[in-house]
Write a protein that binds this ligand. Structure first.
Ligand code: FES
Ligand SMILES: [Fe+2]
Length: 448
């Protein structure tokens, strides 16, 4: 039955028998979606969360225990001890691993069972290992890879992590908690028209007035996934903003308080973040906020408000009372109120939802590929250097042209610039901005 009927007062007649799209929203071990997400490195926790005590972590619907040996090596092991199931969160870190509280079994970070002191002579423990996953710590965030152990990919070093253009950045790790499925948080980033409404006209200006200008938007594939090209007319300027999804669940977004008054080229990101499932209906957004004079020239951001369960923007976590949430909703209220798992059957799409459609298609394609035993292709398995990425802001001065439909004109600028940004991935990271400056200077569109 269709979910809509052309009839007023149709509440009673609506189809209430609707279901979530399990293929692309499930995250647990053995599910299609869970297998897909287990092909790339995923953030576990902020480094600051791990003290001398083991840390119980739930990720991709698995409960695990993260610990640091007394010699400083990180380990991530199954929660329940291989002997009789006590949780290793009550274990003791040793020089070589972690020791279970119950009968003293001793595990190395890779799951090797080093000792079974309750049965030192008569044990078969050398025949098997405890479950464990590889761990990698990077710039204040601890990551893990939970896929097949024979194909551990290189940890991807995105080009945005380094400064190539004298934009010395401080990368501050942060995390946010969402009581909903990861996919709807990721989809929000490919639905940029919401900035006109949610972030400006409905809730009042949450970032900058210029975000209230209706953009023209296109979505294109990139070597790493997809991006939207969000183009706005601002007086004589055209603001060309790209926001990328790096499959399966990484995202980079540009300046939070971007205002397109001045021309600029290839200004990079204000955040790199990962929509990391806890389970099907709970998610942690973990990432870094970037602070530098380029993405935040007026110092509108506040590094001291960024960290564990906090970020320097309104409406990103459950930190306000209910009336205030209702009066000035932000991303958090919009996304979590879609439900624990957004019901896709109930949606009624318009043309600005094409990015959401593209993202679901790409996720479905990725899931099918993994199911067919093909390698994960978006992020390369072996990365010899840094991975070129595509999120940026550029502003060019190109006044409206007489007799020319300005929406069509700026869309064409966006389309062509999007192609140039993708092509520029071939250029050395150090030279990419200069290359794009030359290409942008050449970019004049006479007629449509
Ligand atoms: S349950 Fe862990 S050593 Fe016995
Ligand atoms: Fe938003």
């Amino acid at each position: 039955m269709k979910h809509w009927l052309k009839q007023p007062y149709q509440g009673y007649l609506r189809n209430h028998d609707v279901h979530s799209d399990t293929e692309i929203t499930q995250v647990g071990p053995g599910t299609d979606g869970g297998e897909y997400l287990r092909r790339t490195w995923q953030p576990l926790a902020l480094s600051e969360e791990l003290t001398d005590l083991p840390l119980l972590v739930k990720i991709l619907d698995e409960e695990l225990v993260l610990f640091r040996t007394r010699k400083g090596v990180l380990g991530l092991v199954e929660k329940h001890c291989s002997h009789r199931g006590a949780s290793l969160e009550f274990g003791v870190a040793t020089d070589e691993g972690i020791r279970c509280c119950y009968h003293g079994w001793h595990f190395a970070p890779d799951g090797t069972i080093l000792e079974t002191p309750n049965s030192p002579k008569n044990s078969n423990h050398k025949k098997f290992c405890h479950g464990a996953y590889p761990v990698h710590e990077f710039k204040g965030i601890i990551f893990t890879y939970m896929g097949p152990p024979d194909t551990v990919p290189d940890f991807p070093l995105l080009d945005t992590y380094e400064d190539y253009h004298d934009e010395k950045s401080d990368l501050i790790p942060y995390s946010l908690y969402y009581p909903c499925n990861w996919l709807q948080i990721a989809e929000n980033t490919q639905d940029p028209v919401h900035s006109v409404f949610l972030h400006t006209s409905i809730s009042g200006t949450q970032f900058d007035d210029s975000w209230g200008v209706m953009p023209v938007i296109d979505w294109v594939r990139t070597p790493l996934g997809m991006m939207n090209i969000n183009v706005r007319r601002w007086k004589n300027n055209i603001w060309l903003r790209t926001t990328e999804t790096i499959l399966p669940n990484y995202n980079q977004a540009g300046a939070f308080w971007e205002r397109p008054d001045a021309t600029k080229t290839f200004q990079r990101v204000a955040t790199t973040r990962f929509f990391r499932p806890i389970d099907d209906t709970h998610t942690r957004v973990i990432g870094w906020r970037y602070f530098n004079d380029s993405v935040d020239p007026n110092h509108s951001g506040d590094p001291t408000a960024v960290g564990l369960d906090k970020i320097d923007a309104v409406g990103q976590i459950e930190d306000r009372d209910y009336p205030e949430q209702q009066r000035e909703p932000g991303d958090y209220e919009a996304i979590m109120s879609q439900g624990p798992i957004a019901i896709h059957e109930r949606e009624t799409w318009v043309d600005t939802d094409r990015g959401v459609g593209m993202m679901r298609r790409l996720v479905r394609e990725g899931i099918a590929a993994v199911r067919d035993g093909k390698p994960f292709t978006a992020l390369p398995q072996d990365v010899p250097g840094v991975v070129p990425t595509f999120t940026q802001d550029s502003v060019i001065e190109r006044p409206p042209r007489d007799g020319c439909d300005d929406d069509k004109l700026i869309r064409e600028y966006g389309k062509r610039y999007g192609q140039i940004v993708i092509a520029s991935a071939e250029v050395n990271p150090e030279d990419r901005k200069a290359y794009l400056q030359v290409e942008l200077d050449k970019l004049y569109i006479d007629k449509i």
